[in-house]
Design a protein around this ligand. Structure first.
Ligand SMILES: NC(=O)c1ccc[n+]([C@@H]2O[C@H](COP(=O)([O-])OP(=O)(O)OC[C@H]3O[C@@H](n4cnc5c(N)ncnc54)[C@H](OP(=O)(O)O)[C@@H]3O)[C@@H](O)[C@H]2O)c1
Length: 225
């Protein structure tokens, strides 16, 4: 795959860490921000951190227009507004990857709790806000942003992927598995994201308790092929 990836909120913890890892894997990455200068600054930092990385920075709406795969990496509190703001930039055939966890921090609560989402999950809320011809998958919720950003840290974990189209899940998995140490596991339809999103507060709690950067590993799966 040689698809350009745009990361909406790519200046933030998860988005920037993911940008570094994808860039190191040879993927062209556009870092998106509400502010073009902030996006450019993050792209400059990423270029300094990753030899041979191809990074640029654009305002979110321009970033969304410029790429084939768009990763949404903003806090739940701004998920709907951000999607609404980029919806006009999205066109048929693009793939939106929703990483949103509906943490209770969105309403002043604790990061080890979530809030209910009417649609069943943040991912299903995203589906409602994105034009019909744009694919939507949910993934990357259980990765630690700190572990991604620290490039010397060897990853060894699974990425749980939900979506209504097998082809879209394969498309995202082909991208993610370019990053050393990550394996994608197809977890079923987009509505299954309601389970995956709830794992993040569990892992945050484990990380606090054990001073760790824990991830998820599904055991017992057959070897690919
Ligand atoms: N952190 C993790 O380890 C982790 C792991 C898995 C999943 N996630 C999920 O990934 C998403 C991003 O998490 P994060 O920790 O990376 O968040 P973050 O660093 O707090 O924010 C990410 C970016 O979102 C933009 N943003 C912040 N507030 C906004 C607002 N009110 N309106 C619009 N944009 C806003 C900012 O970019 P600009 O100011 O440049 O626009 C910011 O850099 C969340 O949904 C989270 O649940 C995070």
């Amino acid at each position: 795959v040689d698809e350009r990836v745009a990361i909406i909120g790519g200046t933030g913890a998860l988005g920037y860490g993911l940008a570094l890892r994808l860039g190191r894997a040879g993927v062209a990455v556009t870092i998106g921000s509400r502010d073009a200068a902030r996006a450019n600054d993050a792209a400059r930092r990423a270029t300094a951190a990753v030899d041979d990385g191809a990074f640029d920075g654009l305002q979110n709406t321009e970033a969304a227009r410029a790429a084939e795969i768009i990763v949404l990496a903003v806090p739940f509190a701004s998920q709907a507004a951000t999607l609404t703001s980029i919806a006009e930039s999205l066109t048929e055939g693009q793939l939106l990857v929703d990483t949103t966890v509906p943490l209770a921090t969105a309403v002043g609560g604790r990061p080890v709790r979530t809030v209910g989402v009417w649609q069943g999950s943040a991912a299903q809320q995203a589906r409602e806000l994105v034009p019909a011809g744009v694919g939507v998958v949910a993934a990357l919720h259980t990765l630690s942003a700190a572990a991604l950003e620290e490039l010397d840290h060897g990853l060894d974990e699974d990425v749980l992927v939900c979506g209504d189209s097998r082809a879209e899940k394969r498309r995202l998995s082909a991208l993610v598995e370019r990053i050393d140490g990550l394996r994608c596991v197809d977890c079923g339809r987009l509505e299954m994201a309601r389970y995956v999103e709830q794992l993040t507060p569990l892992i945050i709690g484990i990380n606090i308790r054990h001073k760790a950067r824990a991830g998820i590993r599904i055991v017992g799966l057959p070897e690919p092929g």
